[in-house]
Design a protein around this ligand. Structure first.
Ligand code: GUN
Ligand code: ZN
Length: 429
């Protein structure tokens, strides 16, 4: 078994703060002056300050609030060195010209470790306490990513990216065939589980239908079922991908993934901008959901995703940065982009599509945690204490009420307002 460096950080036992959170998609909950008690990484109680007689370990200042940690439901780890660049091509050309060549370099595990040791702490500083990561095809780099998350103290699902299609991938960056795609993914699951760290778990990751053969997709679905592992993949991202699957499989991407056996409880479908009503019903029936990546969708998706329709249809929905197709690592920034994307749908004739900052924040926290199947996203007894202390933006001085301060916080705060971050009760920033 590989050894993971023991995390050295302070385990909080009680913290006094005002809590802002969104336990439901349309509900902002404000709890002023509370004491959160934490034991073994989980919240054991939240008391009004007057009811809490004893000592408090941390008291947040009046202009700093406590919120649940942010959950990034879709991020490509080996694209981190490309963050903020190379967005001048449509998806298919972007993959072959920029992204596959970059990901192929992660055969060098030392490079991978250097990237992970920059990326994971940076994401934590943005308040991202949980991530569903795509790795590269390389088992060693993928295991090193799990080790980096464990040692820096970030909760993560980590998927070795499987891709074997001779036309959908370049010959210098692909699995040797469906057998290798499945076997290497199986070994990666075992290696990540052997770390035996409560923060990290594997996830089966067929890149998307165009990059995988039918045999690999079927084999990966069997692997997920046999090993009790969840699944992530891309689905109906833009006209090109959607059309490719329709032509190759004769059905929509959602139906095709279901026929391969990949639509399972908590399957994370990235983007899913081109869903029909029937697709939505199917995804909801399977207890799966969507990683909504609103900024990336501007570049690659050809249309905006309707979070409102997805939520109303009963899908699980979280937010994703889609680094580096999305050029920002900030989940708070994604909240603003999600609201703006919904406004675009309103302008295009769907007046019911509007979402507000409460719904966006819910996707970034409770919705994302529900999608990934992790016990976080809401600060309440029984869940992990994954939390962020954020200073209210200066403009909040003009507000007399908490809903307005919250709205400012979601739209205006960034990494520089984030003062402390905890994951599983340990302070990691
Ligand atoms: N579809 C398949 N691979 C990718 C990727 O790396 N980024 C995005 N945005 N879409 C994809
Ligand atoms: Zn993606």
């Amino acid at each position: 078994m590989r050894r993971v460096r023991v995390r050295e950080s302070v385990a909080v036992t009680s913290i006094r703060a005002t809590i802002l959170q969104t336990p439901a998609a349309d509900r902002l909950e404000v709890s002023t002056d509370r004491v959160v008690r934490v034991e073994a990484g989980r919240i054991v109680g939240i008391d009004a300050t007057g009811d809490h007689g004893g000592h408090v370990d941390v008291t947040l200042p009046d202009d700093v609030v406590l919120v649940p940690g942010f959950v990034d439901t879709h991020l490509h780890a080996p694209q981190w060195p490309q963050l903020g660049t190379a967005l001048d091509q449509p998806l298919d050309r972007w993959l072959f010209e920029y992204t596959f060549p970059l990901e192929a370099r992660f055969v060098d595990t030392d490079l991978a470790r250097r990237v992970w040791d920059d990326m994971v702490p940076s994401l934590l500083r943005h308040g991202t306490t949980s991530v569903a990561y795509y790795g590269s095809i390389h088992e060693d780099a993928t295991l090193a990513l799990a080790e980096a998350c464990a040692s820096h103290g970030q909760r993560a699902l980590i998927g070795r990216c499987a891709m074997d299609h001779p036309e959908g991938t370049p010959e210098w960056y692909r699995d040797g065939g469906p057998r290798e795609a499945v076997d290497a993914s199986g070994r990666s699951i075992e290696a990540i589980r052997a770390l035996d760290d409560a923060l990290v778990a594997p996830i089966v990751t067929p890149r998307f239908v165009p990059a995988c053969t039918d045999a690999a997709l079927l084999g990966l679905a069997e692997l997920a079922a046999e090993t009790g592992t969840t699944v992530q993949t891309h689905c109906s991202e833009g006209d090109w991908e959607h059309g490719h699957v329709l032509e190759r499989c004769g059905v929509t991407d959602s139906v095709a993934l279901d026929r391969f056996g990949l639509l399972r409880p908590n399957t994370v479908l990235a983007h899913a901008t081109h869903l029909s009503d029937d697709d939505r019903s199917l995804i909801a029936e399977r207890s799966a959901g969507v990683a909504h990546c609103p900024l990336s969708n501007v570049y690659f998706a050809d249309r905006a995703f309707s979070a409102r329709r997805a939520i109303d249809a009963g899908l699980r929905v979280g937010l994703g940065t889609d680094v580096a197709g999305g050029p920002s690592p900030s989940l708070l920034a994604q909240c603003g982009h999600a609201v703006a994307a919904s406004q675009r749908l309103v302008d295009e004739g769907d007046p019911a599509a509007r979402i507000d900052t409460t719904t966006a924040f819910w996707m970034a926290t409770a919705g994302g945690a529900d999608l990934l199947g992790i016990d976080a996203g809401v600060l309440e007894p029984g869940r992990w204490f994954d939390a962020v202390a954020i200073r209210l933006p200066a403009a909040a001085q003009w507000d007399d009420d908490w809903p307005s301060r919250f709205e400012r916080l979601v739209r205006l705060a960034g990494a520089s307002e984030i003062e402390r971050v905890w994951v599983g009760g340990r302070q990691v920033v």
